[in-house]
Design a protein around this ligand. Structure first.
Ligand code: ADP
Length: 520
């Protein structure tokens, strides 16, 4: 009995109400912190009661002694060393005979239980205030009904939820209504322009109006058993806006047991707007650089245009001569006319390309053979290459390999890199001016293009900086060419880098692009 009392931190007492004698068990002495040699009394017990609790403890004992009333109370202890514990006292009156009454009771030291309880309450409070005050929209979802729907499907042997949803549109509708928001925080109210909490509680089928596929993918991820689902998406608000949000559904196992899931919503509208603006700015800048590049290449372009026009002029004369023969040579005239038409088309194409470069427009992605893009870019440069006495050789990977690209932007990159190479070679008076443009396919999913020159190469201390905005070593240089090349290649999901590994001993600028496969 003593051992059991010790184990359970439970003491006992037996008070002879009539004769005033009292018995304490050994554990009771320990709880009250008295030496086992003293004689227990009610007063000694009351001496250990926290002063604020003394009145109701005393009255419980009084009522028991006077009216025989049992009690079950909790009070704080106040120990001589200043510590405070918690005690639960349960007692009832036993009648020993006429006029003979004893109060028998148990004393339970509930300090640890109280502490654990308080800790739990504190942690719950922390969760509550985190939920309430975090500057992220939060929804607590009752997951059980949805889990039941998914379990039912599994029972029916459905493996591919995506296919199932495609065939059963009504199932997704039902899921929307089964997803019940149990709690929402203030930040979510603000995000959705809700004037009262009620508007964001319960099933919220309208939330998925703009992007039903997000819900669908979230459910599919749940079906696969993923713990986390995250996606940027667009959600309608209650005051008629549409917001860009990062939506995360978390189903931690511990929480899953409780049948809840948490959806967090981070408003990205501002960020998306800033990104849009940045993109527009970048596009404007790329455009400005392109225009200035076209300006520099005017001679080249004029020459390029001059060729077909001159050919047209000559062929017109030739044609006339054939016509002026005593017997007009109509077959020859026909041939010449065809050549004229072909040259006119060439001129039209060149003008089209210049217009493309000069026009300001958003990116337009098409599938393009990389070699063709390089060829066309060289159209802008042919004259420049000739007058600067540069030898350009192409070493292209066999086969027609295509990239998904904005034609104008990618040509801008190639023109830029070749012009840079030519300028460097000229500036430092390299005796032999050679450029090799090389493409290859390091693996099935990637194309690689390198522009290698015989110039001075990049100084080691500049290697890290050449792609930085406004870094230039040229007089009158803007230092925007390479940063724009990098942003263009980045936007094409590729990478551009520089080193001095050119076969001609100079600099090498090379970029990768995802391969879009061979032309059909
Ligand atoms: P800019 O041509 O106006 O200087 P870029 O961004 O095109 O701006 O180039 C930045 C710098 O990178 C150049 O000033 C030069 O120092 C270096 N650079 C670019 N291309 C080469 C190259 N082929 N060889 C050596 N240095 C180069």
């Amino acid at each position: 009995m003593t051992a059991a009392q010790e184990l359970s931190h439970t003491g006992s007492f037996d008070w002879d109400v009539t004769g005033d004698a009292m018995f304490w068990s050994k554990e009771s002495f320990r709880i009250f912190g008295y030496d086992a040699s003293i004689t227990p009394t009610l007063q000694l017990m009351l001496d250990r009661v926290h002063p604020d609790d003394l009145a109701f403890v005393r009255s419980a004992f009084d009522r028991a002694a006077r009216d025989g009333q049992a009690f079950d109370i909790e009070h704080r202890l106040s120990m001589p060393d200043g510590s405070h514990g918690h005690l639960q006292v349960v007692a009832h009156v036993v009648a020993d005979g006429p006029g003979q009454r004893r109060l028998v009771g148990a004393l339970m030291d509930i300090t640890t239980r109280k502490q654990a309880h308080a800790a739990l309450a504190r942690s719950e409070q922390r969760y509550r205030s985190l939920f309430r005050d975090i500057p992220v929209g939060l929804w607590q979802i009752e997951a059980q009904p949805l889990t039941a729907m998914l379990t039912e499907l599994r029972g029916q042997g459905v493996d591919d939820l995506s296919a199932y949803i495609s065939d059963h549109a009504d199932w997704l509708e039902r899921a929307k209504n089964t997803l019940v928001v149990e709690e929402t925080n203030d930040h979510a109210l603000q995000m959705f322009g809700a004037t009262e909490r009620r508007a964001l509680l319960g099933p919220l089928p309208w939330v998925w109006k703009e992007s039903p596929d997000t819900l669908r993918r979230a459910l599919e991820s749940r079906y696969r058993g993923d713990m986390l689902f995250q996606e940027t998406t667009r959600l309608p608000t209650l005051d008629g806006r549409v917001i860009d949000v990062l939506l995360t559904v978390a189903r931690p196992r511990t929480v899953d047991d409780l049948g809840i899931a948490l959806i967090s919503l981070v408003d990205l509208t501002e960020r998306v707007r800033a990104q849009d603006m940045l993109q527009r700015l970048q596009a404007d800048f790329a455009h400005a650089v392109r225009i200035s590049m076209l300006g520099e290449l005017t001679a080249s372009i004029a020459h390029e245009l001059n060729q077909p026009l001159a050919a047209i002029a000559i062929n017109c004369q030739v044609s006339e001569r054939w016509l002026n023969r005593p017997v007009p040579e109509l077959d020859e005239v026909r041939d010449t006319n065809q050549r004229i038409a072909a040259d006119a088309q060439r001129a039209v194409d060149i003008i089209g390309r210049i217009r493309g470069m000069a026009l300001r427009r958003g990116p337009k992605y098409t599938l393009e053979p990389l070699a063709l893009l390089i060829d066309e870019a060289l159209v802008f440069l042919r004259r420049e290459i000739q007058t600067r006495d540069v030898q350009v050789s192409l070493e292209l990977a066999p086969g027609v390999r295509r990239v998904r690209a904005d034609r104008v932007q990618l040509q801008q990159v190639i023109v830029n890199l070749v012009v840079n190479a030519m300028q460097q070679m000229e500036q430092t008076g390299s005796p032999e001016r050679r450029i090799t443009i090389r493409t290859n396919a390091p693996d099935a999913g990637t194309l690689h293009c390198a522009i290698e020159d015989s110039g001075p190469g990049i100084a080691p201390e500049h290697m890290d900086r050449v792609f930085q905005s406004f870094f230039t070593t040229k007089e009158g240089g803007m230092g925007m060419g390479l940063p724009i090349c990098r942003s263009i290649i980045d936007a094409h999901d590729g990478r551009i880098e520089a080193d001095n590994l050119s076969v001609h001993g100079g600099a090498r600028f090379h970029f990768t692009l995802p391969s879009a496969g061979a032309a059909p």
